[in-house]
Design a protein around this ligand. Structure first.
Ligand code: UDP
Length: 492
């Protein structure tokens, strides 16, 4: 195998756009700022998936000249999944089947990769880094507080049923309603998978987290210095965020851009539930009337409703795109709001919309990418968490960072009424009560920008990461030379 002159990073993305997009942003950063050669390996749930259909509006996300993108050949794992298996178990089963194919890809590469980065669902691939003498990191495309919770999970008593908050040494406690679902159900395989993942991440050389030093100073400090937390986990944590897709003005055009350009500054609410979030039919109707009653301008990215599954579109972001949106909306709604808002089916250029000066608020499911995109654009949030760690993200934004409000009832546990929706919109967009939130989010925007500058905290952590990889690269070169000499000696 040839040893390259610059570090080569192999990044593995688990299924789902919410996992692929942050890996692409990490790749962008490693190639453009730290001279890495990067290959992204993608695991897909779709046998027909190829690079050209990987992402909606492909060119908005990928720049194929910066890195290589390889979709691993599809493996069907469906027969191994039971009807009660939840999302974490399903992802873990799926990923496991791809270990041989990544091994064979790594083995056949012309340039020996120096660094392996996997996400939370790829931790079982860390052993491959040992086989190929690579540095190994787990990338948490979420916040440090979620990481701290995850680290604590194997240390919880499986026998004790949770009835109250979860206490994390040195960190903000996680309220009962915000604790991740698998923790409540030790009989379910999701619990075992979550515990295994938490243990696996302790075997990495370090963790990359999509946050930044100044956003979560207390949690990051506890992860490094709190004695009790260090007893559970003692690896370096690198806050490398906010890694968000850069705004490309050319992605927002036509009628939507013209409409946005004609609206007053910070007067439009953007509504989207990410790549996977879905609402019930009843909730869709309430949201429609809540928007209408608020009398605020809006852009609503609408998906077909799905009953009892907030993550209904997670692996099928574009399913249902051929259906007419009017069938999910109240009769006459589209005509009634024609001067007030825009309803866009399925998918919109989110980062570009959020960055437009007319946007003044975001109803978001609080997926971590969407949350960071909102912070980076200085847009306050109405948090509407639906699945995964989104309750924690929402709590963090509301209680700790001070840039969001939440409905009284968790959207996963009850119906959010049109009246409450209207009140939240007015509060965040125009009310004096929302002033402090609007001020605070602009402060956070500045702070995010600063972290990414050459003097900023994130740059410092990336430099450290690059240094670790250069040391490994030198050791790989040395080993290769020794092997070559040994080979010559044997021949002689
Ligand atoms: N996204 C987008 N347009 C949409 C919906 C989502 O560009 O209409 C992007 C969004 O900008 C973000 C990602 O998809 O980068 C969603 O990731 P997130 O972590 O917010 O949520 P997930 O989809 O993983 O639940």
């Amino acid at each position: 195998m040839v040893i390259p002159t610059k570090p080569h990073a192999a990044l593995l993305a688990s299924p789902g756009l919410g996992h692929l997009i942050p890996m692409i942003q990490l790749a962008n950063r490693l190639t453009t700022h730290h001279s890495f050669h990067v290959t992204i390996f993608v695991v897909s749930m779709d046998p027909n998936l190829n690079i050209s259909t990987l992402l909606p509006n492909q060119s908005n996300y990928t720049n194929s000249t910066l890195y290589d993108l390889i979709v691993l050949p599809y493996v069907d794992s469906s027969t191994q999944m039971g009807p009660t298996d939840k999302i974490m178990t399903r992802l873990a089963i799926m990923m496991r089947d791809y270990i041989p194919s990544l091994r064979s890809e790594l083995g056949s590469m012309e340039h020996n990769p120096t660094l392996l980065v996997v996400d939370l669902f790829g931790t079982e691939f860390l052993n491959l880094a040992n086989e190929f003498n690579m540095v190994k990191y787990v990338y948490i495309p979420s916040n440090a507080w979620f990481l701290a919770e995850t680290i604590c999970v194997p240390h919880l008593d499986k026998q004790v049923k949770h009835v109250g908050p979860l206490y994390i040494p040195g960190c903000k406690r996680v309220e009962y309603d915000d604790i991740l679902d698998p923790v409540f159900d030790p009989e379910n395989r999701d619990y075992d998978e979550y515990v295994r993942i938490a243990i696996d991440i302790g075997t990495a050389d370090g963790l990359l987290v999509n946050t930044w030093e100044e956003l979560e100073p207390k949690t990051l400090s506890s992860l490094r210095n709190n004695k009790k937390l260090r007893e559970m986990f003692n690896k370096p944590v690198y806050p490398v965020g906010p890694l968000v897709r850069p705004v490309r003005p050319e992605c927002l055009g036509g009628e939507l851009l013209m409409w946005l350009n004609n609206q007053p500054k910070e007067s439009v609410l953007y509504v989207s539930f990410g790549s996977g979030g879905t609402l019930s039919s009843k909730q869709t109707i309430e949201l429609a009337w809540g928007l209408e009653k608020s009398k605020q301008k809006f852009i609503w990215v609408l998906r077909p409703p799905i009953e009892h599954d907030g993550a209904g579109a997670l692996f099928h972001a574009m399913e249902g795109q051929d259906q007419a949106i009017s069938q999910y909306l109240p009769d006459g709604f589209l005509t009634q709001i024609s001067n007030l808002g825009k309803v866009i089916p399925m998918w919109a250029p989110q980062t570009e919309i959020l960055a437009h000066p007319s946007i003044g608020g975001f109803i978001s499911h609080c997926g971590w990418n969407s949350t960071l995109e909102s912070l980076s654009s200085g847009v306050p949030i109405i948090a509407w968490p639906l699945y995964a760690e989104q309750n924690m993200n929402a709590a963090l934004m509301d209680e700790e960072i001070g840039v969001a409000i939440r409905p009284k009832v968790l959207p996963t546990k009850g119906l959010v009424s049109r009246e409450e929706i209207k009140n939240m919109i007015i509060k965040i967009m125009v009310d004096v009560e929302g002033f402090e939130i609007r001020r605070r989010v602009k402060e956070v925007k500045k702070c995010a920008k600063k972290a990414l500058t050459i003097e900023g905290s994130t740059c410092k952590w990336f430099a450290q990461l690059a240094k670790n990889c250069e040391i490994k690269l030198r050791s790989q070169s040395q080993k290769a030379e020794e092997m070559a000499v040994g080979h010559i000696n044997i021949i002689n």
